[in-house]
Design a protein around this ligand. Structure first.
Ligand code: MG
Length: 230
């Protein structure tokens, strides 16, 4: 039987519906910058470019600032938009991301029920600006006992160094008591593997697992976590 005490939760795409926030932020900023309408097709293209940049960051090939501005540079260049606006656009985007709060499944209630029974930590690779705003606006800052943002730590998931800081601060000695829950195989599940803790893959879209990661649990709905923990 699983006997976990420390639950490490990814935020974007696991607790909060990142796609919704991203769509609203980009559409709003397209208006503000006079770029016209950002269609779903354009957003889809952005999403592919963006994912490529984040995966390069997870492999430590580029830096965070290169990700944040580079993705918009590439996207604007493809769409024939002014590339020199990418930096300002990203700055506004970080703030705009925190304007739309939508939970994945009933994440808020699940976390509230877990509070007190487990030590709860947020583990995120998002930017400090966006994450701090989102966590306070969503009320999640009152639920999590710890918040770990890679930008503050200086190391991204899935690097073991990120988790070293988590274990240190939370005083986790027995790693078998820790479980990471997240939607990304490359940052959360790989991160859990690197840190030698159990992993739970939140896979609401029924994607195929690829790559060489070891997944202990897989769930399609967040409340399935309660059965795993029971
Ligand atoms: Mg995620």
């Amino acid at each position: 039987m699983a006997d976990y005490r420390y639950l490490l939760w990814d935020i974007d795409g696991t607790i909060l519906d990142f796609e919704k926030a991203e769509k609203a932020a980009i559409e709003g900023l397209f208006k503000k910058y006079g770029f016209g309408k950002c269609t779903d097709e354009m957003l889809g293209r952005y999403s592919v470019i963006n994912r490529g940049y984040w995966e390069a960051l997870e492999r430590n090939e580029i830096s965070k600032p290169e990700v944040l501005v580079g993705r918009f540079r590439d996207f604007f260049s493809e769409m024939g938009l002014p590339v020199e606006k990418a930096e300002a656009f990203n700055k506004d985007y970080q703030l705009a991301l925190g304007d739309t709060i939508a939970f994945c499944d009933n994440a808020y209630e699940i976390l509230k029920r877990a509070k007190g029974k487990y030590i709860l930590a947020a583990v995120t690779n998002g930017t400090k600006t966006a994450q701090v705003k989102k966590l306070s606006k969503s009320g999640l800052d009152e639920i999590f006992d710890y918040v770990f943002i890679s930008e503050e730590i200086g190391v991204e998931k899935p690097n073991a160094g990120f988790f070293d800081k988590v274990f240190d601060d939370m005083k986790i000695v027995d790693k078998s008591k820790a479980l990471i829950i997240g939607d990304s195989l490359t940052s959360d599940i790989k991160g859990g593997n690197n840190a030698e803790i159990d992993t739970c893959w939140y896979n609401p879209k029924g994607k195929k697992a690829d790559g060489n990661v070891s997944i202990k649990y897989e769930i399609a709905k967040l409340d399935e976590i309660e059965k795993i923990l029971a």
